[in-house]
Design a binder for this molecule. Structure first.
Ligand code: NAD
Length: 490
């Protein structure tokens, strides 16, 4: 890939065994969803490319180069990947915006977030310890945390560089060799991870990055007998296919799937402050966030005020091509594709048909690009499809409740369980609710509170296993117990 974007669309290759290579399945055009223009062409892997990538990773694991390194040195290499990304953050952010649609300022946040994973897990590399187990006088026993070997990682299109960093950093820090399958819609920025791995001095085979059609290259990767562990972030149906493939080979897998996450807003909540949670919770990345605040369940005494505030947040956002939005501000980019926009439009129309009222948005603007207006739906009831199914777009559904128990029941009523929020000035009430909400993380008085350091994952159909935080490290290692029978006293 060239250092800067030339006038003609550049080609992007796969990265296998330390070399940039073409793909056996040809190439696809990657387009800017805000304009329809081609940003670049991406090589597509076929099953043979998948095989080469897995074999390269398996060879490296057999050679023990990465796993036998002093953890602190391996950790420094992982940190160097992040430092490389930071050094190129502006270029990466531009490319990310062009392929994904988000404003440049959002892309910068994503690139910085990706770098942060490498910083954090690079630091953790030397902390993965075993323990000694007392077996009495005649034995010495201890455990070691060993890398699985080949970690296969399948990435979604909404945060391509950050999601790649989220699984790659802990996998490398614990000494695994990785094969990443980048998403077809937004594969281009992954090239920067490959470059960063090279610059950091990671040995060939430690990081392999291939793009390919999910049901072809993705399926071939997850079914490959050389893969020892799988991490998947994406939709529930694909998660089921991948968990099934993992079961066939008896390999563990982490599933980070979708959500229909709800914020409970109590009668004593600070609604002025909550405007910020609406802004970030449902309109950041145009709502294409697995843990988006897609439902607000508000006490009936405050619903009118909340609707008014949500409307003003939504109407205050300008829909603009991401590349025009360098500075942080009230801007929202396009959705990732026309297909995603049609899906969102279809779900909002269906909600209207079921009796929800459109307070703001609810339309496709008359302009080029996959834009959809920031939308607020009021009068949503728990039985409506819009209250249960993930939209993955800029659509906020507002529901009401009378008593605390009812609020929790509504929040817990979907098959998902990724995130939940409680907004109140009463810490006892918040604590009680937090314990009863069926979700992998609960935000109190700030949606998305937390960071790289805090464990993240789902209950129910939102998946299993935890990414982020120290918890994530345990996805990438298996415990070996070593018991020694000591000779008798001399
Ligand atoms: P998707 O499931 O369609 O695709 C995700 C990835 O899986 C892509 O790389 C795709 O090529 C690949 N894939 C598709 N079929 C496959 C198969 N049979 N075998 C192997 N790989 C296959 O999801 P998407 O549309 O890219 O992403 C949107 C979904 O991801 C949403 O549901 C969202 O909630 C979820 N998501 C979850 C998190 C999280 O951390 N929980 C984060 C981001 C996105």
């Amino acid at each position: 890939m060239p250092d800067s974007m030339p006038d003609h669309a550049p080609s992007f290759q796969n990265y296998i065994d330390g070399a940039f290579v073409g793909g056996g399945a040809g190439a696809i055009d990657v387009t800017d969803p805000a304009t329809g223009e081609v940003v670049g062409t991406q090589a597509l892997a076929d099953a043979r490319d998948v095989d080469r990538a897995v074999n390269a990773a398996a060879r490296l694991h057999r050679e023990r180069t990465l796993r036998d390194m002093r953890p602190i040195e391996r950790g420094r290499m992982v940190q160097a990947v992040g430092q490389y990304l930071t050094a190129h953050r502006e270029e990466i952010a531009r490319l990310l915006t062009l392929e994904q649609g988000k404003p440049i300022w959002e892309s910068l946040i994503e690139v910085d977030g990706a770098a942060r994973y490498f910083e954090y897990y690079g630091n953790q590399a030397a902390t993965v310890e075993g323990r000694s187990v007392p077996l009495g006088e005649g034995y010495f026993d201890w455990t070691e945390a060993e890398p699985y070997g080949v970690s296969a990682q399948v990435i979604p299109w909404n945060y391509p560089i950050e999601m790649t960093a989220r699984s790659l950093a802990p996998a490398l820090a614990t000494g695994n060799a990785c094969v990443v399958k980048s998403p077809e819609l937004t594969p281009l920025t992954a090239t920067w991870i490959a470059r960063a791995a090279e610059a950091a001095g990671l040995p060939a085979g430690a990081v392999n990055i291939i793009c390919g059609i999910g049901t072809e290259a993705g399926a071939a990767l997850c079914a490959h007998p050389g893969v020892n562990q799988i991490v998947f972030t994406g939709s529930v149906p694909t998660g089921i296919a991948i968990a099934t493939a993992a079961a066939q080979n008896i390999v563990p897998c982490v599933l980070e799937l979708g959500g229909k996450s709800a914020a409970i807003v109590h009668d004593d909540a600070d609604l002025a402050a909550f405007e910020n949670d609406i802004r970030w919770g449902i309109y950041f990345n145009a709502g294409q966030v697995c843990s988006a605040m897609s439902r607000v369940i508000v006490h009936e005494s405050r619903v009118d005020e909340l609707i008014g505030r949500a409307e003003s947040v939504a109407r205050g956002l300008q829909m603009r091509p991401g590349i025009e939005c360098e500075e942080f501000g009230p801007t929202m980019g396009s959705l990732v594709s026309d297909g995603q926009r049609e899906r969102v439009a279809g779900m909002v129309d269906a909600a209207r048909g079921e009796g929800a009222s459109v307070v703001s948005g609810g339309y496709v603007p008359n302009k080029t690009g996959a834009f959809y207006a920031p939308t607020v739906l009021a009068g949503v009831t728990p039985d409506m499809a819009i209250a249960n199914e993930e939209v993955f777009g800029p659509v906020l559904s507002i529901l009401t409740f009378r008593g605390d128990a009812e609020a929790i029941e509504i929040a817990n009523a979907t098959p998902y369980g990724l995130a939940a929020g409680v907004f109140t000035g009463d810490l006892d009430r918040a604590t009680r609710a937090a314990r009863r909400l069926r979700a992998g993380q609960v935000y109190v008085n700030e949606w998305y509170a937390g960071g790289v350091e805090t464990p993240f994952g789902g209950y129910g159909k939102s998946g299993y296993g935890r990414e982020k935080g120290r918890e994530a490290l345990w996805n990438y290692v298996q415990t070996k117990n070593i018991a020694i029978k000591l000779a008798g006293p001399t």
